[in-house]
Design a binder for this molecule. Structure first.
Ligand code: CA
Length: 431
């Protein structure tokens, strides 16, 4: 099946939609009073895959309908790349403009096709393990410059391996989940002892994450040439961070509570097959990398990214324009590095790219960098200023690819930062 620009659907798709028939992303949704089902989306129409399969419209895909009557996509994803590819192709045929099979069965439409405004999107996968990489050279250089030494901003290992750490999967949540400002320890340079309370430096990190779809056994490694078969797809990833907590806790074992109070993902997983037309060459890696990190072909993707901050009851202000193509380390290198020691991977594991900063200040992917450690506050359209995120601000990230008239997007990931929770213990300490 050719998913080229000429392919059109009998479902209406607005110009500039992130979800033309060429996309076919996967997610989990429910309607009011309904139960979770797997779905795809064309334009603003959610397509219930369970309803579709149980009415016999996916018989050619060889997938049992019950696999879509499920709270997560994990069982479907576990079928492997040939199954993902066959299903995407079957959906492409079924919704292609000239195919009457479902188009001319209007009595079935109400059961299968649901307007996006009538659904609630849920976490698409159960995330087992979560790794956060640090793979943007611009971001690593900016942070190293601010916190250590501009002359030696990158640590000696940085150009030799995709540096990462194991994150916390329990607090990865779906877009439109609001997150409270975290409480924790902070210590200023001038104080002798730390204090405890709400973070004063809540920040976003603009990232993309990939999700693995084929497990490996303990002791097994994945080569850069095989890694693409293990990757199901990608989402936008807002890795919320508390900079003051991070600064005091991160030496010597890295970020801990500063990063585990919430990471927010976009609801639709876009497959690597859909992103294929947008592959681009990555930055030159100098010095040459070790053999297990070498790769053939292009593994960066031209994904335009933006971040907006929307204060309560105000218009949003765009604070960042970046692009996933800037990443120094690509996904196949990240997965090869993750597994080179024999660490096994599972279906539904998530891998954050690390903050995606570009070369110019308007492309920096965190408030830490945009407001340069609080020294360059950002003006909002309502006249207020931001160094970090205020209570009741909503952070909105969007991402899409566009080339030769074809646009494939991720939609958005949004989250509102609520005031810190005052626990009795905290009240006692303050009184
Ligand atoms: Ca991160």
């Amino acid at each position: 099946m050719n998913f080229n620009i000429l392919l059109q659907s009998w479902i209406e798709v607005e110009k500039n939609s992130d979800f033309p028939i060429q996309n076919i992303p996967f997610g989990i949704f429910k309607t009011t009073g309904g139960i979770p089902h797997a779905a795809t989306r064309i334009g603003d129409t959610v397509i219930d895959l369970y309803a579709l399969a149980s009415n016999g419209f996916l018989d050619g895909s060889g997938i049992e309908p019950d696999l879509f009557n499920c709270e997560t996509l994990n069982p479907f994803i576990a079928l492997g790349k040939p199954a993902w590819r066959t299903l995407r192709e079957n959906l492409g045929w079924l919704f292609e403009a000239s195919n009457p099979a479902l188009r001319d069965r209007p009595e079935k439409h109400a059961e299968i096709l649901v307007p996006i405004n009538d659904v609630q999107m849920l976490m698409p996968v159960q995330v087992g393990d979560y790794t956060d990489f640090y793979s943007s050279i611009e971001h690593a250089t900016n942070v190293g410059t601010m916190f250590r030494d501009p002359e030696h901003a990158l640590l000696p290992n940085w150009r030799h391996m995709p540096v990462g750490y194991h994150g916390r999967s329990s607090s990865i949540v779906i877009s439109r989940t609001n997150v409270h400002r975290p409480n924790g320890q902070q210590k200023s340079d001038t104080d002798d002892f730390p204090e405890f309370g709400p973070s004063k430096q809540v920040d976003f990190e603009l990232e993309m994450a990939f999700i693995t779809g084929q497990k490996t056994g303990l002791g097994q490694s994945v080569s850069t040439s095989d890694a693409g078969d293990h990757i199901f797809g990608m989402v936008i990833f807002n890795d919320l961070s508390a900079r003051d907590i991070q600064k005091w806790e991160y030496v010597p074992l890295g970020p801990f509570l500063a990063k585990s109070f919430g990471s927010v993902i976009s609801p639709w997983i876009v497959t690597l097959d859909a992103l294929e037309p947008f592959r681009v060459k990555g930055p030159l890696q100098d010095p040459a990398v070790l053999s297990y990190l070498q790769f053939d072909g292009n593994h960066n993707f031209d994904i335009q990214l933006e971040v907006a901050i929307q204060p309560e009851n105000q218009d949003e202000t765009l604070v960042c324009h970046s692009n996933f193509k800037y990443m120094y380390w690509n996904m196949v290198q990240q997965l090869a590095h993750q597994t080179v020691n024999g660490c096994n991977i599972n279906v539904g594991d998530m891998y954050g790219s690390g903050t995606i900063s570009g070369p110019t200040p308007n492309s920096f992917g965190s408030m830490l960098e945009i407001a340069w450690k609080g020294t360059k506050p950002v003006k909002m359209s309502d006249g207020t200023e931001r160094k970090f995120i205020h209570d009741n601000d909503t952070i909105i990230m969007r991402g899409y690819c566009e080339k030769d008239g074809l646009r494939i997007g991720f939609g958005e990931v949004a989250t509102k930062i609520l005031p810190a929770i005052q626990t009795p213990q905290i009240k006692n300490q303050k009184s």
